[in-house]
Design a protein around this ligand. Structure first.
Ligand code: NAD
Length: 256
């Protein structure tokens, strides 16, 4: 990955920042994209202080226009984008009967539209060059129903199938597109779901009341666990892997 440009969205978040670090450590020039400009700045400074080549680009992935302009700016400033990681995401939980249209729309705007906007803008640049690799960070909830997560799970299923179908289209250009499906991972998104009844212990041990079997490996994933899987799928070690979903959940969905 030496000196190749990697665009990572959600780079100020737990998993996105770990991906930025992991790719930076492999020699990539990282274009770190997030809508939270302050947190992004903090993250970029931290990574740069560790000697990594990272530049921040504030951008809201729900805006197709902003995404096109940001990708063009990254190409102009850093060079051809070789890798794209769609990690920006939002979670809002609630049972369908009480779910608001606003929450539904907000989830799809980021988790689905955002993935479309980035992937389209980046493959337009990759296709003439006949090279590139894309990974979308979806979720194990895309394939296993979870209590109060209908909107989120549906958005991740959409992002996952979108990415695989995109992979089919761009395979003829030598571009690969894969999905990493994390389970519970130690980031602000996970802790935002925790309360007296749902917490680290119940997540690991399982909870029959919500039809969750727990995590066979008996631990929550670290952001690095997920980032390592992303880095592998982007790398030449995965040169013949495309349209694949790599689940990183410690066995929580029993390999389904
Ligand atoms: P996080 O909340 O720590 O980070 C998400 C980042 O996305 C934040 O920095 C946020 O500012 C950014 N973002 C949100 N909306 C955006 C927008 N419109 N434009 C640009 N940036 C935006 O969450 P995380 O745990 O790091 O999640 C990363 C990805 O992994 C998400 O797609 C999430 O759905 C997925 N995931 C997380 C877990 C988990 O347990 N943490 C499990 C499965 C999947």
């Amino acid at each position: 990955m030496e000196n190749k440009v990697a665009l990572v969205t959600g780079a100020a978040g737990g998993i996105g920042a770990a991906v930025a670090r992991s790719l930076g450590e492999r020699g990539a020039l990282v274009a770190a994209v997030d809508r939270d400009a302050d947190l992004l700045q903090e993250t970029v400074e931290k990574l740069a202080a560790d000697g990594l080549a990272v530049e921040g680009f504030a951008c809201d992935v729900t805006s197709g226009r902003q995404v096109i302009d940001t990708v063009a700016e990254i190409e102009a400033r850093l060079g051809p984008v070789e890798y794209l990681v769609n990690s920006a995401g939002v979670l809002r939980v609630g049972e369908v009967a009480d779910f608001t249209c606003e929450d539904w729309t907000a989830i799809f705007a980021v988790n689905v539209n955002g993935v479309f906007h980035l992937s389209r803008a980046v493959v337009q640049h990759m296709i003439p060059r006949k090279r590139g690799a894309i990974v979308t960070v979806a979720s194990n909830a895309a394939g296993t129903p979870r209590q109060a997560m209908a909107a989120y799970a549906a958005s991740k299923a959409a992002a996952s199938m979108f990415t695989k179908t995109l992979g089919l289209e761009v395979a003829k250009h030598g571009i690969r597109a894969n999905v990493v499906a994390p389970g519970s991972t130690d980031t602000p998104m996970l802790s935002s779901m925790w309360n007296d009844d749902i917490n680290e212990k119940t997540t690991i041990e399982g909870n029959p009341g919500s039809y969750k079997v727990g995590i066979p490996l008996a631990k929550i994933a670290t952001p690095k666990d997920v980032a390592d899987a992303v880095a592998f799928l982007l790398s030449d070690q995965a040169a013949h892997i495309t349209l694949h979903v790599l689940t990183v959940d410690g066995g929580a969905t029993l390999g389904v």
